[in-house]
Design a protein around this ligand. Structure first.
Ligand code: PA5
Length: 441
């Protein structure tokens, strides 16, 4: 993986002091002396993962493929984004077409339209469910699981359903989901305590659905492990440089980062990226706001703003050197569409030139950009990328002075929602909120 960025936007800022701070941040991660050090399980996970559980994950994935046509993965936030990103990155956005096992994601919204469509689709199919919730109490996930549990129990009976439900949750706090899995006899996989949701893609949270989709998890873990060993060395490595770059730009007034892959199949990686950085850094009234686009698609929608809107942006592009499948443009007699100057050129050449043209245009327009290039869009390189981003994010959070492993702000709306839904214990809050809502009408 190669990473390059232009540091001319740093102005008078002291890069050397940030370099020293980044090295210190890496040490703090290694020695568990920084903020949130109870949540560093992901740091060595690509090497120290539970081998017995991993063997069970692979067996369960095989069993799911044998049992069903459809796997419904129920989870939200860190409990689904990584798996979905991985499957689309390695296979494609249309991975369910002509696939032995179709994989759908549910429980990531409260939309009855989305849920009804999926329930309808599953009615006459053989279905397995992987319900994923570290806490075991997340409303979206629990509600949607209740609905699918009923579907499976009606279809296969209670015992038959239990054979098709796989739960991924934490053990130490005996989550409600864990208790239910024990009671009903679901096969259960554990999210290690010291691994937070958005850092959990390389645990059973990500690995079971990814393996079930037929993606090679050995190669994914190998890529992550090689990245871990590579970046464990102190000094000037790309993960540190990326974290330094983000903080340099941020201090120079570039408060918004656009993650910009040049492959549509990386769209969900953009969603995973946004959660990782947004939830890790956006606190204490600080943090780069992470956004994402896909090029060239969004050059025709967001391109204008990026080129000429508020000058508070920087961009991190992601490109693949060998796209794997090449399409050559042919010459056509009479050149009816004026494209013969591209005759004999592969489409990837056009994509590459579009990227170079865009980088320069955006740079000239006041949007500094970094480029991450990987050789291929395969499991190994994705494993490397996952680790690269998680490590950079942790270092970047430390540079910013926040705890990159907590998310205190996400509780605020939940209290209001529980109150409005009438959850016992929230009666007072319900009264206050109802009055406020009425005063708005
Ligand atoms: O990163 C996080 O911790 C969150 O995004 C969680 O993954 C998300 O809220 C889902 O939580 P849970 O897995 O407990 O259902």
């Amino acid at each position: 993986m190669a990473f390059n960025f232009d540091s001319t936007y740093s102005g008078d800022l002291d890069i050397q002091s940030l370099v020293q701070q980044a090295k210190q941040a890496l040490q703090d991660l290694k020695n568990a002396t920084g903020k949130g050090s109870d949540f560093l399980g992901w740091l060595t996970l690509p090497r120290d993962y539970d081998k017995e559980e991993y063997a069970r994950i692979k067996l369960a994935a095989q069993k799911i493929r044998g049992q069903s046509q459809v796997l419904v993965v129920i989870g939200i936030g860190g409990s689904y984004l990584g798996a979905r990103a991985a499957i689309e990155f390695v296979k494609s956005q249309t991975h369910n077409q002509n696939s032995d096992l179709e994989v759908y994601f549910a429980g990531n919204s409260l939309s009855s339209k989305a849920l009804s469509n999926l329930l309808d689709y599953c009615k006459d199919k053989d279905v397995c469910v992987n319900v994923i919730s570290k806490s075991g109490t997340t409303t979206e996930c629990s509600v949607v699981f209740r609905v699918f549990k009923e579907l499976l129990e009606n279809k296969y009976g209670k015992a038959g359903a239990a054979e098709r439900i796989y739960a991924t949750t934490e053990y130490s706090r005996r989550s409600k989901l864990y208790e239910l899995a024990q009671k009903e006899g679901y096969e259960c996989f554990l999210v290690p305590d010291p691994v937070g949701g958005r850092y959990s893609v390389l645990t059973a949270v990500g690995l079971l659905p990814i393996a079930a989709a037929g993606v090679n998890t050995d190669a994914l873990l190998k890529g992550a492990c090689d990245a871990m060993e590579h970046y464990a060395k102190d000094g000037d490595n790309d993960a540190l440089r990326y974290a330094i770059m983000r903080n340099l730009y941020y201090k120079a007034g570039k408060k918004l980062e656009i993650f910009a892959p040049w492959e549509p199949d990386f769209t969900m990686l953009g969603e995973w990226f946004k959660q990782l950085f947004g939830e890790s850094e956006g606190k204490e009234n600080k943090g780069v706001f992470p956004a994402s686009v896909v090029y060239t698609t969004d050059l025709h929608s967001m391109g204008q703003y990026i080129q000429e809107g508020e000058r508070t942006l920087f961009e991190t592009m992601l490109a693949v050197k060998n796209c794997g499948s090449e399409i050559l443009l042919k010459e056509e007699e009479g050149d009816p569409d004026g494209l013969n100057f591209l005759g004999g050129k592969p489409l990837s050449f056009l994509n590459k030139q579009a990227m170079e043209a865009t980088r320069i245009a955006h740079f000239d327009g006041g949007v500094p950009n970094a480029l991450i290039e990987i050789d291929r869009a395969d499991e190994y390189h994705l494993g490397w990328l996952f680790y690269f981003f998680m490590l950079s994010c942790a270092v970047s959070g430390y540079l910013l002075g926040v705890n990159p492993f907590d998310q205190p702000g996400v509780e605020e709306y939940k209290v209001n929602m529980f109150a409005l839904l009438g959850k016992p214990g929230f009666e007072k809050q319900r009264e206050i909120l109802t009055q406020r809502i009425e005063s708005l009408c």
